[in-house]
Design a protein. Structure first.
Length: 88
């Protein structure tokens, strides 16, 4: 959230949450596809909201609700195989 698109982590660049970054702002080695794009616009809960709604200050209950909804969306992503490219 320092305005930079990436931050170094474990020896390679990682997107660090810049909501202004777009996929074309960084490059991936197509042959070694080991990246996951987290796109709030693809989340069924957030997709019908604008960016301001997604980042609006929430009360504690709202924060935990957003975390829970994110967890549910991550489960959908896992079932689709979105995380298969990650080395664990």
């Amino acid at each position: 959230l320092d305005g930079k698109i990436t931050t170094p982590f474990r020896g390679s660049a990682h997107i660090d949450g810049s909501f202004l970054a777009e996929t074309g702002d960084y490059c991936c080695d197509e042959e070694q596809n080991n990246s996951v794009t987290l796109n709030w616009g693809a989340d069924p809960y957030l997709s019908n909201r604008n960016l301001g709604d997604a980042v609006t200050a929430l009360n504690e209950e709202g924060i935990w609700d957003l975390v829970d909804r994110g967890r549910k969306y991550a489960i959908q992503m896992e079932k689709r195989g979105d995380f298969d490219c990650l080395q664990l």
